[in-house]
Write a protein that binds this ligand. Structure first.
Ligand code: FES
Length: 102
């Protein structure tokens, strides 16, 4: 059954960084950009399973720490290489609290 999961306050996610949450054994990385925008994508790179939460955030992109593919935080898509896509999750903010749809 799908629903909205309470994740964290916006301020608890480091700017240009991330925090991992685990729902039903799936690791999801919650990212905050330099502009304080929040995105949620599967933590696993679609190339060879690098941990995207350990990557470098720039703009609305995270660069995978393993082989430097740029992954769009907006779509989960690898935009620098033809590596496919990691799952993107919908989020909503209510009263500074982040909720994720799963
Ligand atoms: S595992 Fe991410 S680019 Fe290779």
């Amino acid at each position: 059954m799908s629903g909205w999961y309470k994740i964290a306050k916006i301020e608890e996610i480091p700017r240009m960084g991330s925090r991992i949450v685990q729902i039903n054994e799936i690791e999801i990385a919650i990212f905050k950009t330099n502009d304080n925008l929040i995105y949620a994508i599967n933590n696993i790179c679609p190339h060879k399973q690098g941990k995207l939460s350990e990557g470098l955030v720039h703009g609305d992109i995270v660069t995978c720490p393993l082989h430097n593919a740029d992954i769009s935080l907006k779509t989960g898509e690898a935009i620098s290489e033809n590596y496919g896509c990691t799952k993107k999750y919908e989020i909503k903010i209510d009263n500074e609290m982040i909720y994720l749809q799963f």
